[in-house]
Write a protein that binds this ligand. Structure first.
Ligand SMILES: [Zn+2]
Length: 237
């Protein structure tokens, strides 16, 4: 089985839109007294995956792909991508609704906040008629051989059991204008349970897919993803 590492594309000539949150949601949660330094910020990863969360999102531009990210690096997908995924990979995926917010729905105060953070041009490009997008939920499937892949265990909390591995990242040489080092991640094939697009066990946000997923993506001419082995090579053990 061939696996690919998947990242979102920014768009070449015109940058794709990115989703922004209309309301920043703050919530109380129990913080582990030992490793609190690692988890003190609001956990948007968890929140994003609560199906019932009423996510209100505006888009930053009016150029869209089928797969895009949000300010918090989660995947949002188009109506077309949702249909292709449902028909072909129904067991691997689930979706959450998004209330799409248009420029005219944003208060003067919120627009000022966006302008201050991202600039005037950015705020002006928020469309009045954004298409419908959906949150994409992925399962955790195969495990990674962390040691062989050169992952560093940076948090191993004795109190709450939280473990965090830091993924080795590629190196880019400005002088040479190219990537000079690409790490390899080793997926333990016997632990793969059959999802064609998934996140690995204990590995944060990295997304992996199979040949079958890539074929369906190409066949339906979907946009917004990069299947590049320049950033991270994927092999199996
Ligand atoms: Zn802890």
């Amino acid at each position: 089985m061939n696996f690919y590492y998947v990242t979102t594309d920014e768009g070449k000539r015109k940058k794709f839109a990115v989703g922004g949150l209309k309301e920043v949601y703050r919530y109380e949660r129990t913080i582990c007294p030992t490793c609190k330094g690692q988890c003190v910020t609001p956990d948007y990863y968890q929140l994003f995956n609560y199906k019932t969360w009423n996510l209100k999102m505006y888009m930053s531009r009016d150029h869209y792909a089928d797969f895009m990210s949000t300010e918090y690096l989660q995947l949002i997908i188009s109506e077309k991508a949702k249909k292709v995924l449902t028909e072909n990979f129904g067991d691997a995926v689930d979706f959450g609704d998004i209330e799409m917010v248009s420029h005219r729905d944003l208060s003067a105060e919120k627009l000022k906040e966006i302008r201050d953070a991202q600039g005037y041009a950015y705020a002006k490009k928020i469309p009045n008629d954004p298409p419908q997008f959906y949150r994409l939920f992925l399962k955790r499937d195969a495990a990674i051989d962390f040691e062989k892949s050169g992952y560093k265990l940076v948090v191993d909390c004795p109190t709450c059991g939280y473990k965090f591995y830091e993924q080795p990242i590629f190196e880019y040489s400005v002088e040479l204008g190219k990537i000079t080092y690409t790490p390899t991640v080793y997926i333990i094939e016997s632990t793969w349970k059959g999802c064609d697009i998934f996140r690995a066990e204990g590995e944060g946000l990295a997304i992996f897919c199979t040949d079958k997923f890539k074929e369906a993506y190409d066949q339906h001419k979907l946009t917004g993803l990069i299947f590049s082995s320049d950033y991270l090579k994927v092999e199996t053990v």
